[in-house]
Design a protein around this ligand. Structure first.
Ligand SMILES: Nc1ncnc2c1ncn2[C@@H]1O[C@H](COP(=O)(O)OP(=O)(O)O)[C@@H](O)[C@H]1O
Ligand code: SF4
Ligand SMILES: [Mg+2]
Length: 325
């Protein structure tokens, strides 16, 4: 028996594009990884690569077509109350999380009631004070309506609310994407702090590698998974990914981030949309249509994982045997 906090085992989700007669494709394709207690995993990949689908499967709100999720060694078939209290989501859009005409304390008290967190008013107040302090917010804000807050403050409230149940794992899906650039760093700092101080494991999802770069600087131990068209293409540690990216797609991602590479401009992504469905259904490497190093074998056979140093990479360039094809 192992001691992983979370395991995804061969998780696959098949959708149809468009209507019933649309083409089938795997938005998440045979994804397996482990997350340990207290570990932070950064899931990176461009929009449409399957990150939210995977996150919804882990949260139990979407059923996988194949494969399964294990949390603390038990298969998660549906999200029961104890699982929900331990595995808490943070969503991308903090504005749609809260009704603007409802006061903050209502949301917090609802969670305390639903999860039976405390009976006495003084205990409930103490819990709410603790979580607000953890996101660096003043307790007086409880009496305000949620429309009185900025996106950054609302996202802090989402995090505070998620902390009420004392979770072991936070799944934050693009938590800073809809927030003013000036306020993003504040949220990232809070998440990194929570990991360090509360030993809270985290799956942090982003399409923006500069966010990953910042998180990897804040946290010494961070695992990074790069996804492309539903597949994991590279899995490694934070420091290693930025100093020694292996997969051609990872290299392209890093080169196109201005804050990491100030000389470069953002890569235009219009052609990606056209290629999307075609790439999802490629037999071999999903990146073959865009890869400057593609060989014959790439189009025909899907590359397995090759282990190089601290990384696992799905690319034929790292197989001496196949390199010669
Ligand atoms: N319910 C659905 N039905 C059909 N296609 C879907 C559905 N949900 C997501 N998709 C498609 O699956 C792919 C992955 O989507 P998603 O997981 O949202 O990606 P990401 O979060 O990485 O942007 C996209 O092509 C998206 O359009
Ligand atoms: S397997 Fe081939 S096409 Fe795919 S990334 Fe590697 S070299 Fe490029
Ligand atoms: Mg998404």
């Amino acid at each position: 028996m192992n001691d992983h906090l979370l395991e995804t085992v061969n998780v696959t989700k098949q959708f149809r594009s468009g209507s019933y007669s649309g083409t089938k494709f795997k938005a998440v394709d045979n994804v397996s990884f482990n997350l340990e207690k207290r570990e932070v995993l950064l899931l990176i990949g461009e929009s449409g690569c399957g990150k939210t689908t995977l996150s919804n499967i882990i949260l139990g709100v979407l059923k996988p077509s194949h494969g399964f999720i294990k949390y603390k060694n038990k298969i998660v078939s549906k999200p029961v109350k104890s699982f929900i209290s331990e595995v808490q989501p943070i969503f991308q859009d903090p504005y749609s999380t809260f009704n603007p005409f409802v006061k903050v304390d209502y949301y917090f008290k609802e969670v305390c009631k639903n999860f039976n967190l405390a009976k006495k008013k003084s205990e409930i107040d103490q819990k709410i004070t603790t979580v607000l302090n953890q996101v660096r917010m003043n307790t007086e804000i409880q009496d305000k309506f949620t429309h009185q807050f900025s996106g950054g403050q609302l996202q802090r409230l989402s995090i505070a609310r998620a902390l009420l149940t004392n979770p072991s794992l936070l799944i934050a899906d693009e938590p800073v994407t809809m927030i003013d650039a000036s306020l993003r760093v504040g949220i990232l700092n809070i998440l990194a702090d929570l990991n360090k101080k509360l030993d809270l494991a985290m799956i942090f999802i982003s399409h923006d590698l500069s966010v990953g770069y910042y998180m990897a600087e804040l946290l010494e131990r961070i695992k990074i998974i790069v996804m492309y068209r539903g597949k994991i293409v590279e899995e490694t540690t934070g420091k290693y990914l930025f100093s020694n990216p292996l997969h051609p797609y990872t290299k392209q991602l890093i080169e196109s981030v201005p804050s990491i590479n100030p000389d470069k401009k953002w890569h235009s992504s219009t052609e990606h949309v056209v290629l999307e469905l075609e790439e999802f259904n490629l037999e071999g490497c999903k990146y073959a249509k865009r890869c400057p190093f593609a060989k014959q074998v790439c189009e025909k056979e899907e590359p397995p994982f090759f282990t190089i140093g601290e990384s696992k990479v799905r690319c034929w360039l790292y197989s001496n045997e196949k390199n010669s094809k």
